[in-house]
Design a protein around this ligand. Structure first.
Ligand SMILES: [Zn+2]
Length: 87
């Protein structure tokens, strides 16, 4: 089924999970989604109206296009969440 989705949500969540797996960051859902939200808030949206499989196929290219900014913003998001965790 087609649906409207911001493919950057999945991309950024993937980057955040990768960062959490590197350690020294809380892996609870609140912190993970807070970091994801902080990064997404600084990025443009990238909406597609498509089936999930079609949207998934776009993720690698979208990730590559935004990699530098996402990496930069995650550093800041980690600092913010660490300073003020909501778990
Ligand atoms: Zn936490």
């Amino acid at each position: 089924m087609k649906r409207l989705q911001n493919v950057l949500e999945q991309v950024v969540e993937g980057f955040v999970v990768t960062r959490i797996n590197e350690g020294d960051v809380c892996d609870c859902k609140n912190c993970r989604l807070d970091m994801t939200a902080l990064v997404l808030g600084k990025l443009p949206t990238h909406y597609v109206y498509a089936e999930d499989e079609v949207a998934q196929s776009k993720l690698p290219a979208v990730a590559e296009a935004h990699r530098a900014k996402i990496t930069e913003y995650i550093v800041d998001a980690v600092d913010k969440v660490k300073a003020n965790p909501r778990h």
